[in-house]
Design a protein. Structure first.
Length: 102
């Protein structure tokens, strides 16, 4: 079962963990309207097709977020089923008050 953290704590932790990656699982349009700086976009709809190519190291720490937390929870579970070992669901960007970039 993926670890669950509050988004601000998750973003802060991701910034201090070596090789950690913030993964935004919203669609491309949502990502381009504003995302957490340094995050990587891999829409939930593309995970099965693209995760192993885009995220080849299954031990890399992944911090997953979406808009409200529903897709991040599904994506985190799916990634774990695919063999990813270090997955943290940090919920939705709707609750995030930190900086965003486009």
């Amino acid at each position: 079962m993926p670890v669950k953290k509050e988004i601000h704590a998750g973003v802060q932790e991701a910034g201090s963990v070596p090789d950690a990656l913030l993964v935004d699982v919203r669609n491309d349009f949502e990502y381009n309207t504003g995302h957490i700086p340094g995050s990587f976009n891999l829409a939930l709809s593309r995970i099965l097709k693209e995760a192993e190519e885009q995220l080849p190291d299954k031990a890399q720490p992944l911090y997953i977020y979406c808009q409200s937390g529903a897709r991040s929870a599904r994506a985190a579970k799916l990634l774990e089923l695919m063999g990813y070992e270090n997955v943290t669901d940090i919920g939705g960007i709707a609750d995030y008050t930190g900086p965003r970039e486009k």
